[in-house]
Design a protein around this ligand. Structure first.
Ligand code: IVH
Length: 681
């Protein structure tokens, strides 16, 4: 009927425009959050936007498009992955560990290309290689590397990776008709460790390293599983493009960034072998602090026509070389095997090693995971073992066969908890101490976790102090922490008047705590910092979470049934309720969120060196009160570095990244203008 159509069309047109505008806004915020790591709005405001979009799309299902932010998970689990050919072969890199090979490479390039050759130097990301295909700006395919010519079509999984735009941005660099992009799927180390813990809690096999975890997560048949995995894609090459051309690799990287993709951090250009050597050294030094795994650097010719002239051997391009780091493996002896009691009572066998330097870090212990893993590896006291270390990941050991002569008897797990003597019980593949509330070993670990940086962030309350507090009976339960006095602390070895005062002061200062930090601090099974943030965003207050039913908990984004049940059970347990009540009675105020407004809202500030007028924690709190987020390392997204006396290498980084540097005086003047003042200022 023509009349109805006339009435519906404009209404629908209005809805369509509204929906599209909302999608654009959400995409923009996804980019700020997942690619730049620099959110511009609160999680709650973001959730409101997505809820509104979901509502509008539910009212107008005909307007739902595959590139809508609501459509990251779509379709049912597949039976298997289809094989697809890559737009261009995904060849790998020639690699070396020798500077001499780098010299030869450079000579060869210069001989062929002339003296003005310029290199792009990038980290060699240790993840899983992936092809992303965009047609008219829409993500149409994600393909694993496979054998280099064809790989597996894992599109539904790639769509769940939040830093992969479903639609390329087109505001500054035009989007070509079709482009195939090569990148690396990475799992950040903290996410990897949390995933392994979660798998362990559910009796599932942990991954050996972040690369395997990334590759394994990408090849899940059910995209809802991939969605829960902390994956990121970092793009570094254009495999093939139709409707655009690039003269330099620098231009390619700029375009990738302009389209909304993440590119390798700390990419620089260089001209000489010396530049390459320095970059390699610099990255090797940073390796453990990047938060993700790299295993070397990649040297590439910047000039794209030159690359074409050089071509490739079929296996490797002649225009690039991977300059890898020394492997982090050493051999040492197992001096003893100890059993550690974790926060939840789980017993972990640990190899105590003759200390050995593995790639610049002294390793003296390595986990042997659980009784069956211990048996499988058959590691005994006195054995020689190979120690592998990867990033900040806990070192792994394996026995070096044939070097052990007469061996000792196999190690046996204890039948009683080494912390409190209670008979141990099996818990999944592990053994555990069931004395949850009375075991001092468990309390020590809970304290350390409670005070950790992502939780209550009480600087100076590490393992040693926690052990002493429990051993001397100063802390019998978490709330006791807030009743500590300087004179009581002074009775502990290593504490003087000054340090005791300082610790008590820091504990007091942390009584006002954001909800997500408090949730993290409680050590609820399956609730790490990310889940805690989701919960805080969903419920807004401790009371609401505490009283939520399992069904209500399940409405939290990304929260599965198991975790919802665990959280519910945690808050129902009388002991946990007593501890929480005790903390609140001790003066802990939960939910006092840090300002997201103020003159420094959305800014990233880093402090380096010591400030005369402020303790570090105070400077941090002042910056945060102005809306800033305070970081520990300087990167591309840092806005200001405040430089004190004896600045560390953060200052060098600030120079390299062209980050504005402020003196303490400028900082103080800024605070004054903003109407805040420090204790001493
Ligand atoms: S360029 C044709 N750049 O390392 C050259 N690769 O064999 C394409 N990788 O399979 C590769 N970081 O998956 C390039 N910045 C980077 C890289 C990188 C990691 C991976 C890639 C490749 C392997 C080397």
């Amino acid at each position: 009927m023509p009349t109805t159509r006339k009435r519906t069309t404009p209404a629908r047109g209005g809805a369509a425009a509204g929906i599209e505008a909302l999608r654009e806004e959400i995409r923009r915020h996804d980019y700020f959050y997942y690619v730049l790591d620099r959110p511009r709005i609160s999680d709650a405001a973001y959730d409101k936007l997505t809820a509104r979009l979901a509502r509008l799309e539910a009212e107008h299902p005909e307007l739902v498009t595959p590139d809508s932010p609501t459509q990251r998970v779509s379709g049912a689990p597949s039976g298997r992955f289809a094989k697809v050919r890559h737009a261009a072969a995904m060849i790998s890199l020639e690699s070396t560990r020798e500077l001499d090979d780098v010299r030869r490479f450079d000579q060869r390039i210069r001989a062929a290309m002339g003296p003005r050759t310029r290199y792009v130097l990038e980290p060699k990301l240790d993840g899983a290689s992936l092809e992303l295909v965009y047609e008219r700006g829409r993500l149409v395919r994600g393909v694993t590397r496979g054998n280099g010519t064809e790989g597996e079509d894992v599109t539904p999984n790639v769509r769940t990776i939040r830093n992969v735009p479903l639609r390329l941005h087109h505001d500054t660099v035009p989007v070509p008709r079709r482009v195939a992009i090569r990148g690396e799927v990475m799992m950040p180390i903290d996410g990897f460790e949390a995933l392994n813990r979660r798998l362990g809690e559910h009796d599932e096999e942990p991954f050996a390293n972040p690369r395997n975890a990334a590759a394994g997560s990408l090849r899940q048949l059910d995209p809802r599983i991939t969605l829960e995995r902390p994956l990121e894609v970092i793009a570094y090459e254009i495999l093939d493009v139709d409707g655009a051309s690039f003269d330099t690799d620098t231009g390619v990287l700029d375009a990738l960034r302009a389209w909304g993709l993440a590119t390798p951090d700390r990419t620089v250009t260089g001209a000489t072998v010396d530049d390459i050597r320095r970059y390699h050294e610099d990255m090797a030094r940073r390796r453990d602090r990047l938060g993700y795994e790299i295993d070397g650097v990649v040297i590439k010719i910047d000039d794209v026509p030159l690359r074409r002239r050089l071509g490739s051997t079929g296996h490797h391009p002649r225009w690039a070389l991977a300059y890898k780091f020394e492997p982090r493996v050493e051999v040492t002896r197992v001096e003893d095997i100890a059993v550690q009691v974790g926060r939840t009572g789980v017993l972990t066998p640990v190899a105590l090693l003759r200390p050995v330097d593995v790639g610049g870090v002294t390793v003296s212990r390595a986990t042997l995971h659980n009784p069956s893993e211990l048996k499988r590896r058959d590691i005994r006291v006195g054995d020689m073992v190979r120690v592998h270390r990867a990033g900040d990941v806990i070192p792994e050991v394996e026995r070096v066969p044939g070097r052990n002569g007469r061996r000792r008897a196999p190690f046996r797990m204890p039948t009683r908890c080494p912390g409190c003597g209670t008979p141990v019980e099996p818990r999944g593949p592990m053994l555990a101490c069931p004395n949850t509330f009375g075991c001092p070993a468990q309390l020590k670990r809970s304290l350390v976790h409670f005070a950790s940086e992502q939780a209550m962030d009480i600087e100076g309350l590490g393992e040693e102090t926690a052990n002493a507090l429990v051993d001397h009976g100063l802390v019998r339960s978490l709330p006791d922490l807030f009743a500590l006095t300087p004179s009581a602390l002074c009775t502990l070895e290593g504490f003087g008047e000054k340090s005791a005062n300082a610790l008590v002061e820091r504990i007091r200062a942390r009584r006002a705590v954001e909800l997500h930090r408090f949730l993290t601090a409680l050590g609820i099974p399956g609730v790490g910092p990310a889940v805690a943030r989701d919960l805080a965003g969903q419920f807004g207050s401790l009371a609401a979470i505490r009283d939520a039913s399992e069904a209500e908990l399940r409405e939290t984004p990304r929260l599965g049934a198991t975790r919802a049940a665990d959280i519910r059970a945690f808050f129902r347990a009388p002991h946990n309720r007593r501890v929480i009540d005790g903390l609140l009675r001790a003066g802990v105020r939960v939910g006092a969120a840090r300002a997201r407004t103020g003159p420094w809202a959305g800014r990233r500030i880093v402090f380096t060196g010591s400030l005369r007028g402020y303790a570090r924690a105070e400077a941090r709190a002042l910056a945060e009160s102005l809306g800033a987020s305070v970081g520990e390392s300087v990167g591309r997204t840092t806005d200001i570095v405040v430089v004190g006396e004896d600045p560390g290498e953060k200052l060098e980084a600030a120079r390299r990244y062209n980050v504005p540097q402020w003196t303490e005086r400028q900082f103080t003047a800024f605070l004054k203008r903003a109407g805040v003042r420090g204790k001493r200022g």
